[in-house]
Design a protein around this ligand. Structure first.
Ligand SMILES: [Zn+2]
Length: 69
């Protein structure tokens, strides 16, 4: 029984606050959401150099589609 803790799918830490959905569709802690948004953080956490760039280009595409410029 996990009491009221959640396991982050990204950094695998147990956190007390509810997880959030990252743009990758994973349930991650608030810190990882921020790291994901920063793009570079993903590289550090997952150890996958491609992940950061992938997230970043995905983000940029999203932003462009948002019609904010
Ligand atoms: Zn995390």
């Amino acid at each position: 029984m996990g009491l009221s803790s959640y396991r982050c799918e990204s950094c695998e830490r147990r956190v007390k606050e509810p997880l959030q959905k990252s743009i990758l569709g994973r349930n991650v802690c608030a810190e990882c959401v921020r790291a994901t948004l920063l793009g570079a953080g993903v590289t550090v956490i997952s150890g996958d150099p491609g992940a950061g760039a992938g997230v970043w280009s995905m983000l940029m595409r999203k932003l462009r589609r948002g019609g904010r410029a």
